[in-house]
Design a protein. Structure first.
Length: 89
């Protein structure tokens, strides 16, 4: 699993798991018991929901790290360990 934490005070975790060999490239964001999946390609919410302000943070992070996320997705689906990606600062 690759993951990056947004600022610690937000308690938001974004992760893409290497055992996900389905659907289009996406990441999962968890916040206070809520979970949402975001497309890496266009930042759209694919499933679930988190508060709008936290969703915007995730979408900004995806925009900044899209190339890294796509490279990690390719590694993960081929069974390789992905690289860690910096958090949003």
């Amino acid at each position: 699993m690759t993951s990056a934490r947004l600022p610690r005070r937000s308690f938001l975790r974004v992760a893409a798991s290497s055992n996900e060999r389905h659907n289009l490239p996406h990441v999962h964001a968890k916040y206070q018991g809520q979970d949402a999946s975001f497309s890496i390609a266009d930042c759209e919410v694919l499933a679930g929901a988190i508060p709008a302000a936290k969703a915007r943070l995730v979408q900004a992070w995806i925009e900044i790290h899209r190339e890294e996320l796509m490279a990690d997705w390719a590694l993960a689906i081929s069974g390789e360990p992905p690289f860690r990606i910096d958090p949003l600062r």
